[in-house]
Design a protein around this ligand. Structure first.
Ligand SMILES: [Zn+2]
Length: 307
C-alpha cells in the first residue's frame, strides 16, 4: 500500500469540531511547505533585487523544481504520484453525497442555468426543493475547505481568479449561445467567439463557456470522485474551484459531432483544431508543458490576458 497524503487534519477537525472557515484557512497555510506567494507565476521580476540572498536563491530553486515536477506530472496526468493529496475514506463518502446533491440541483435548474448558479442560490434551491434536499453542515464544510485550500499543494500552480466562494455572475453581462447550453461574457469573449464562427468551418461549437464557482466545484468533485479521491490527479485535469478562467471569460471550443472526445487529444486531429492553428487566431491557456501543472488543453481558448 502506498503511503498517502490526505487533505490534512485541518479539514477533518473542521468537520468534527466545527472550526471556522478562517481558522481552517490559516491551518492549511501553516501546513503548506511552500506558501502560494513563492509559487505564484504573478511574482514580478522587476521587484526582485538584482543580487539574490541565499534564502532567495533557495526559494528560486524550490520554485523551479516544483514547477518542473508539476510539468512532468501533467504529461501523464491520469497517473497517481507520490505526494499527491487524497481525501480520506470518510471525506470521500461526503464528497459523493455533495456531488450527488449538486447533480440533482443541475437537473432541477437545467444544464445551462447551472453554469451560472451562485453558491448562495444553490443553498436556497437545495433547501426549497426536496428533490435536491438541503446541504448538510458537513457538506458545506467540505465545499468551503475545497474552495479555500491552497491548490499549489496539489501541484496546481495557476492563479486564483475568483474573489470568494459566493461570487455572483451578473446576468446582464452575459449572452446565451443558442444551441450550446452555454454562456459567454459580452465584450471580448463574445467577439472572439463570433470571429471564430465567421472565419472557421461551421463545425465549430462552443463546448464550455462561463462557469460559476459552483459549476467548477461540481466538475472538480466529479473528477475527484473518478480519481479515487486523488485531488492532485483531479487538479492536473481541471482547475480547482475558484481557479478557472472560465469564471471570468475563457471558453472551450470543439468539432461538431465529436462529443466528449472534444476534451481529449482526439480534438487535435479535427478540422477545427487545424483551422485554429493555421489561422493563428487563438492563444491556448494551457499549452504543452505549461508551468501551471495542467495537462495540455488545445480546446481551451485564452480570452483573459492576465489578472
Ligand atoms: Zn477550458
Amino acid at each position: 500500500m502506498n503511503r498517502r497524503k490526505f487533505i490534512s487534519g485541518a479539514l477533518i477537525s473542521s468537520l468534527t469540531s466545527g472550526l471556522s472557515l478562517s481558522s481552517l484557512g490559516m491551518l492549511e497555510a501553516q501546513a503548506s511547505p511552500l506558501s502560494r506567494s513563492n509559487l505564484s507565476p504573478k511574482v514580478s521580476g522587476a521587484t526582485r533585487p538584482s543580487l539574490a540572498t541565499h534564502s532567495q536563491r533557495e526559494q528560486g530553486y524550490q520554485l523551479d523544481s516544483h514547477v518542473k515536477d508539476a510539468v512532468n506530472k501533467a504529461k501523464d496526468f491520469e497517473q497517481d504520484y507520490a505526494n499527491d493529496i487524497y481525501l480520506s475514506k470518510h471525506q470521500r463518502v461526503l464528497l459523493r453525497s455533495t456531488l450527488n446533491r449538486l447533480t440533482r440541483l443541475q437537473r432541477l435548474v437545467g444544464y445551462a442555468n447551472f453554469n451560472l448558479i451562485s453558491f448562495d442560490s444553490a443553498i436556497v434551491y437545495a433547501r426549497r426543493y426536496p428533490v435536491v434536499g438541503r446541504f448538510s453542515k458537513r457538506e458545506i464544510a467540505l465545499i468551503e475547505a475545497l474552495y479555500v485550500y491552497d491548490a499549489s499543494n496539489y501541484g496546481f500552480l495557476g492563479q486564483k481568479v475568483s474573489e470568494k466562494l459566493t461570487d455572483k455572475i451578473v446576468v446582464k453581462e452575459v449572452k446565451k449561445i443558442a444551441g450550446s447550453g452555454h454562456y459567454l461574457y459580452q465584450g471580448e469573449a463574445l467577439k472572439l467567439y463570433q470571429k471564430l464562427k465567421k472565419e472557421l468551418s461551421n463545425d465549430l461549437i462552443l463546448t464550455s463557456g462561463i462557469r460559476s464557482v459552483v459549476k467548477q466545484l461540481h466538475l472538480f468533485m466529479a473528477k475527484a470522485d473518478k480519481s479515487d479521491g486523488n485531488l492532485s490527479r483531479a487538479a492536473r485535469s481541471l482547475a480547482p474551484p475558484g481557479h478557472s478562467f472560465h469564471g471570468i471569460g475563457d471558453f472551450d471550443v470543439g468539432q461538431k459531432g465529436l462529443g466528449a472526445a472534444n476534451f481529449t487529444s482526439a480534438f487535435m486531429e479535427t478540422k477545427i483544431h487545424q483551422q485554429l492553428t493555421d489561422l493563428g487566431l487563438i492563444a491556448e491557456r494551457y499549452p504543452e508543458s505549461n508551468p501551471f501543472g495542467v495537462r495540455h488543453e488545445p480546446w481551451h481558448i485564452k480570452v483573459i490576458r492576465d489578472v
